[in-house]
Design a protein around this ligand. Structure first.
Ligand code: ZN
Length: 184
């Protein structure tokens, strides 16, 4: 009986440490973004939810190609996020120097709500949000899209461009302008 209890305990401990390990962030880094995600299976979903095929850049500066030239999912995601970031800078005509944004991609809105509550002690109403203090976009695989990313990257660029931050309403108007002109 005692042996059985110990086995159960060990099993539970192993399971909980396993699930903690499974929640560990994985990171890929592009020219403009540090992208944090929870598994490569999720990264695949992120890749299919973010479509940049209709986004055209005015200045065809080549996105810095990764050292190993394989068409991996990671490289595809990095390329897409950089295309969006550059497009947002073009739309706003704001080019703050050396800005690199962090993007935490949770599994779903439920996880995102928990993070929002931890940060602000408030109920979350958004499918994604940007925090200047941590320079991080918080979003989820469930709702990520090129439009969502463009909007939040807009917040990041606006906040880094102005020495004195414009009023919240103006920031929001500009960020909405960004995602509505993404495919122009
Ligand atoms: Zn916004």
């Amino acid at each position: 009986m005692r042996m059985a209890a110990i086995t159960v305990c060990l099993l539970l401990c192993w399971c909980s440490s396993f699930s903690r390990a499974a929640q560990k962030w994985k990171k890929i880094e592009s020219e403009y973004c540090e992208i944090y995600f929870l598994s490569y299976r999720e990264l695949k979903k992120i890749n299919s939810n973010v479509d940049v095929s209709l986004i055209s850049l005015n200045v065809e500066k080549k996105i810095r190609s990764p050292k190993i030239k394989t068409k991996s999912i990671s490289n595809e995601v990095k390329r897409k996020f950089d295309v969006i970031f550059r497009k947002v800078k073009e739309i706003l005509d704001m080019h703050p120097r050396g800005v690199k944004v962090k993007i935490n991609i949770y599994l779903n809105k439920k996880q995102l709500d928990r993070v929002h509550h931890k940060l602000f002690k408030q109920k979350n109403r958004a499918i994604s949000f940007y925090v200047y203090k941590t320079n991080t976009i918080y979003t989820s695989v469930q709702h990520i899209s090129e439009g969502v990313l463009a909007h939040e990257m807009g917040h990041c660029i606006i906040d880094h461009y102005f020495v004195v931050l414009p009023p919240r309403k103006v920031q929001e108007i500009l960020a909405v302008y960004v995602d509505s002109h993404l495919n122009d």
